[in-house]
Design a protein around this ligand. Structure first.
Ligand code: NAP
Ligand code: F7E
Length: 332
């Protein structure tokens, strides 16, 4: 029986990864931050099956203690300040969590047990102002936000610890992945939630930013499987994980409204407030390496993903005591 320690277990990916590792008979530990109110909505259905340890990527000692306490075979670092616009408001904090937090965790591993296998949640945001289309593991990086810059540091420190200390470290360069559990501020969830509210006559408009931005959107449940596969290989390597399809925010909005029988033009208002100081115009991933070496491939296509998210939010608003954070229906 293997043991895994996950940072960011309360987040979208952490919750799916914990579920999948439990199904594989892992003993699962998760690091959670101290908070004045509970934010375990995404893991409440498995809370009795996982072991939660208080800790923070800002606190070196808590990371060392978490590794000593859990004695893991594998560490998955999913914790981060992950919302791109917030990284312009809080660039220093983003750097502390998302960049230096990784060094703290790698140092803890190096001090406690160098045999631990380590997964770092890298991102397509590192490609930013893209140098080629599609992007693969060899594509040059050009981040466009403090978040992207912090993740690039995290990516290279992971490579560096692999090369300096011979640690088994992998970076998954994951393109956008979504699900009904996605945070409300990200565009897919913002759209599915708004469409549901408009359909239920709880709202009558959706204020949004750049409709022309294009992303390679996949399903989070498929992507966490790739994280696990990376740590099961003989040699540590970095992998691009993507669907190989790109779609615009306009297409996203169109599919979501059409799914409930509405015309998007009747409800969508472009609001400059949501336009970013520097945009990533297009992302499209080439995950040939992962498909060949990991035998990984995504199962859920874009249109199916959008419909799944809209359907989930409509069900959520049917619950009488609805709120924007109501997860009291079966977890998808
Ligand atoms: P998410 O839903 O925003 O979850 C982030 C997690 O990090 C939460 O559990 C959060 O805890 C935790 N966290 C934040 N600051 C922390 C700190 N100082 N110490 C400990 N934990 C902290 O993100 P996600 O979508 O699951 O993404 C998982 C990881 O993959 C992130 O690193 C993200 O940057 C990266 N990534 C995501 C995507 C994507 O499309 N989803 C693509 C590429 C890479 P709280 O619940 O306490 O806030
Ligand atoms: O934006 C455009 C926006 O916030 C997608 C994170 O998980 O994936 C995510 O980062 C696109 C951008 O995700 C709105 O300008 C238009 O072009 O859903 P998002 P993101 O910034 O791509 C990467 C891979 C990560 O690593 C990150 O952690 O949609 N957009 N109008 C909008 N975006 C938002 N949020 N809200 C709008 O109203």
């Amino acid at each position: 029986m293997k043991t895994a320690l996950i940072t960011g277990i309360t987040g979208q990916d952490g919750s799916y990864l914990a579920e999948q590792l439990l199904k594989k008979d892992y003993v699962v530990y998760g690091i959670v931050r101290r908070s004045s109110s509970s934010n375990f909505e995404r893991i409440k259905h498995i809370q009795d099956d996982v072991n939660l340890i208080q800790g923070d990527l800002l606190d070196q000692n808590s990371l060392i203690e978490a590794i000593e306490k859990s004695n893991p075979d594998e560490v998955y670092n999913l914790g981060a300040q992950s919302f791109v616009p917030t990284s312009w408001n809080q660039p220093v904090l983003t750097g502390e969590f998302t960049a230096l937090g990784v060094t703290r965790l790698l140092e803890a591993i190096r001090l406690v047990n160098k045999k631990i296998r380590f997964y770092q949640a890298s991102t397509s945001e590192m490609f930013g102002k893209v140098k080629e289309v599609p992007q693969n593991e060899q594509t040059l990086f050009y981040p466009r936000s403090p978040y992207g810059v912090a993740k690039l540091y995290a990516h290279w420190i992971t490579v560096n610890y692999r090369e300096s200390y011979d640690l088994f470290c992998c970076s998954g360069i994951l393109f956008n992945h979504e699900s009904p559990r996605r945070g409300l501020e990200f565009v897919t969830k913002k759209v599915s939630d708004s469409v549901a509210r408009i359909k239920m006559e709880l709202s009558n408009e959706l204020r949004i930013g750049n409709l022309d931005a294009k992303r390679d959107w996949g399903y989070a449940g498929d992507y966490v499987e790739a994280m696990w596969l990376m740590l099961q290989q003989d040699e540590p390597e970095d992998y691009v994980i993507a669907t190989g399809e790109t779609h615009s925010v306009r297409e996203l909005v169109e599919i979501a409204f059409k799914h409930v029988g509405l015309e998007w033009e009747d409800y969508v208002v472009v609001d400059p407030k949501f336009v970013r100081p520097a945009e990533v115009d297009i992302l499209l991933g080439d995950s040939t390496r992962a498909r060949e070496k990991l035998k990984w491939q995504p199962r859920i296509k874009f249109e199916e993903l959008v419909k799944m998210m809209v359907d989930y939010d409509i069900e959520r608003y049917k619950v009488p005591t609805y709120s924007s954070k109501n997860y009291d229906i079966p977890i998808l």
